[in-house]
Design a protein around this ligand. Structure first.
Ligand SMILES: C[S@@+](CC[C@H](N)C(=O)[O-])C[C@H]1O[C@@H](n2cnc3c(N)ncnc32)[C@H](O)[C@@H]1O
Length: 354
């Protein structure tokens, strides 16, 4: 495991702990390889009988579930995923708890050298949909103020190392056309995605909003460390305090699978409101099922009930191009038909122009 890219008084994790996390990461990597091979192999073998009986391929999530019911590789593979997820978080938290006081003090300490700003709003309501312990992370996105440290360490492990240098976020930024922009906003910014924007458009005013105070505090510290002037504020992306037509670009990575349909619609409409005419809106999120074969869609769908991703299925069944058009966007790129490759590195991308 590489040394986690984080700032904090304690620095990197001690070696014995990293060895345990290396072990967990290796199990996850092996599981990911098996998912592509062993489970698929068993699925194909079992599918033959289903096709024989129905005279067609399984097409729906329910039909794939029927084929896989009781399949040993599938059950083992999923149990392994869940177990390693829980084990990983337990180990990370156990380690961080020893330094919790120092880490909390660090998050709350002033950042006098910060070129950017941080505006928190302790009165902001945390919606019901934001209470989940997403992807089994204890305390979810905000209830535990150690969340940024836990996330920094766990991200590389559970992505199997596939997003170590924020390739997914950079890929979404690449979908924004070249140009000179006055203001750019990252909605649901966490502490990673905003940096790629400021690095690419150093002259632009770059803003990041998120509901989670601890993530924003950490983002502010990290921006200061990188010398980047970014303006973070604690806001709900459904209803922000930005004026109409304020931004040239609104960008969002991995937010939409964490919100239910009603909130997703509000965020799209709000983004339209705060964009200037001609402004760009880029959404990057997990691939929708209409782009996946039924087996892969079923694998993805498993997250909804078993990996504490309560809005995953809704997000993967949304028709983003239709929602963007309904909100008023005039040019909408549909990844199902677009000729430019979008979302080729990681999750897929929707793009629209006001
Ligand atoms: C999976 S994280 C992605 C963070 C970041 N964009 C990235 O790519 O690493 C989703 C983020 O959306 C935030 N979030 C969820 N619902 C939100 C909302 N309604 N308004 C603002 N932020 C929200 C969460 O706190 C979390 O930081």
């Amino acid at each position: 495991m590489r040394t986690p890219n984080w700032v904090g008084p304690a620095g990197a994790l001690p070696q014995p702990e990293r060895a345990v996390l290396d072990f967990i990461q290796e199990i996850k990597r092996t599981e990911q390889r098996q998912r592509g091979a062993l489970v698929r192999e068993e699925y194909e073998a079992r599918k033959a009988a289903w096709v024989e009986a129905h005279d067609r391929e399984p097409a729906t999530l329910e039909e794939v579930a029927a084929v896989l019911a009781g399949a040993t590789t599938w059950k083992f593979d999923r149990a392994l995923w869940r177990f390693t997820q829980e084990f990983m978080y337990d180990r990370i938290r156990e380690n961080l708890l020893e330094q919790a006081t120092a880490l909390r003090a660090f998050l709350d300490s002033p950042t006098p050298d910060a070129p950017g700003t941080l505006r928190l709003n302790p009165a902001l309501p945390m919606h019901d949909y934001f209470q989940a312990d997403f992807h089994v992370q204890p305390g979810g996105m905000w209830k535990d103020d150690l969340v940024p440290f836990v996330t920094v360490i766990s991200n590389d492990i559970f992505s199997g190392g596939s997003n170590v240098n924020y390739e997914w976020q950079a890929n979404a930024a690449r979908a924004i056309p070249e140009g000179t922009y006055e203001r750019i906003l990252d909605v649901g910014c966490g502490f990673k995605s905003t940096f790629v924007l400021k690095e690419r458009w150093p002259e632009a005013e770059v803003y990041g909003i998120d509901l989670s105070a601890p993530l924003l505090k950490y983002a502010h510290k990290l921006a200061a460390r990188k010398g980047l002037a970014i303006h973070f504020s604690q806001q709900n992306a459904e209803h922000t305090d930005f004026p109409n037509a304020f931004f040239d670009v609104v960008y969002s990575t991995l937010l939409f699978h964490e919100v239910p349909d009603a909130a997703a619609w509000n965020i799209i409409r709000e983004s339209y409101r705060i964009l200037k005419p001609g402004g760009w809106f880029v959404i990057e999120d997990t691939p929708t099922y209409d782009r996946l074969d039924p087996f892969t869609a079923y694998l993805s769908d498993w997250n909804t009930e078993h990996n504490v991703e309560p809005f995953w299925r809704q997000a993967c069944q949304r028709d983003y191009p239709a929602l963007l058009r309904a909100a008023g966007f005039s040019e909408v790129w549909d990844p199902r038909t677009a000729s430019e490759p979008m979302g080729v590195v990681g999750p897929r991308i929707n793009k629209a122009r006001k």
